[in-house]
Design a protein around this ligand. Sequence first.
Ligand SMILES: Cc1cc2nc3c(=O)[nH]c(=O)nc-3n(C[C@H](O)[C@H](O)[C@H](O)COP(=O)(O)OP(=O)(O)OC[C@H]3O[C@@H](n4cnc5c(N)ncnc54)[C@H](O)[C@@H]3O)c2cc1C
Length: 478
Amino acid sequence: MDRGQRFLASLRDGRNVWLDGQRVPDVTKHPAFTGTLRTISRLFNTLDTPGIQEQIGFVSPRSGSYVHNAFLVPKSQEDLGRRTAAFAHWAEQTQGVMSRLSDYARSMVTGWYAVREAFAADDPHFVEKITRYYETARDEDRFLTTALLDPQINRAKRIDDENPDAVLRIVRENSDGVVVRGAKMIATAAPYTHDFLIFPFYHVDAAHPEYAHALIVPANLQGLHIVCRESFASADTEQHPLSSRYDEMDAVLIFDDVLVPWERVLLKNNPDAVWRLRQNTSANALAFHQTVVRAVAKLRFVTGVACAVAEAIGVNGFLHVQEKLGELLTQVDTLQALVTASEVYSYLDEFGNQIPAIGYLETARNLNSRYYPRAIEILQQVGAGGFMQVPSRASAYEGTVSDLIDKYFAGATVPASAKIKLFQLGWDLIGSQLGARHQLYERYYAGDPVRMYANQYLHADKRPYTQPVWDLIRQSEA
Ligand SMILES: Cc1cc2nc3c(=O)[nH]c(=O)nc-3n(C[C@H](O)[C@H](O)[C@H](O)COP(=O)(O)OP(=O)(O)OC[C@H]3O[C@@H](n4cnc5c(N)ncnc54)[C@H](O)[C@@H]3O)c2cc1C
């Protein structure tokens, strides 16, 4: 059994995955997941592929096998570069479309482990628990994801005294662990995740400590229900080259009194400690770094599709099309430059970890929430009605009609067969269910963009900006 097959086998663990009102007995056999799981298994196997494994992994000191660089605790600029190379390789293999290949949440765990001593005073078992979990996740290829927000029931109330279950909370504890009740949205990749990182999105009020916890929850715990949205996966690789490979399912996690074992309870009933963990700059920077490397790969891909479309239909000579394609190239360069800046200005934290400069990564994540929808808009403007000039199942046409299709569906620089495939690919980005989901994803995955932009203002030191203004005004008054 190869590593990818072992990953698939590990998902037959009794988890409760729900799709279309039915419990899915084996996610590895269900058409909603098979294409995506094939992609992930292939990526897992790259850790055993000579020539690639050295670029994306390192040898675990415990198991002696290659493990993913998301688990590498960076101690130098060179280590950071090794993390970047691993993120970039998996992102490029999936055109940046698969955003939750677990390397984000794995980086968060690596960050918590790297700064573990900072939480030793908050819980006497924190250090030993996160060390054990980090080593297990690293050596057993655990697939992880995060789920931070509580369901959209009534956003006007953060904690609702009339509906205390609207926010995930600990309802009781016993000698085996804590019992949690509530729900979490959204957990991308949930049906094929091993463990969920669960902690509150907001600072919990000191009056409600039962809502403040940091848990690592195995997907197959009793009472945990993984409720999936409609599947956007397609079995048709010809017409839906992306939807057939990359539908990362999104789900809501319902905790119907789930007993989480003590081993997986990192912090509990401690709003300040949980908030410090949630806000930890080192852990966040390591995780955000992955998200921006991945975003660059995706914008580069959309740019590639838009340039190919423009050339294929001979519109690349028009000034406004050139201006729009130039805008796409500017987007890619800007985000790439921010990744580079975060690495160049990386620094050693108090525990000797080499941490990318988080400010550049936050800027990049904010820009991406506007760049991606704009990139998709540009792709629509460049290809225009061509996305509808695609015969359904083009490869099935035969005889005279086939000759006519070759004649009338050809492009300026490419034959009909290539042009049809290119526009099918473009439609999967701009118009399919998967494409629509991706626009929503890039707008929101990093948080509400309105408040994320506002946070940049709120957390910035404004004096270096305002002081020269007041200096100038004083000079003119003198
Ligand atoms: C496709 C997709 C995948 C995702 N995957 C994950 C995942 O794997 N893990 C994870 O943890 N999260 C995930 N998310 C969740 C993401 O973090 C949230 O969508 C994001 O934080 C916004 O929260 P919300 O969707 O609850 O919107 P809301 O907060 O409900 O916002 C709805 C609207 O109300 C406004 N609003 C709400 N409250 C306020 C307020 N207090 N002040 C001002 N305006 C307000 C917002 O600006 C927005 O316009 C995913 C989201 C999407 C779309």
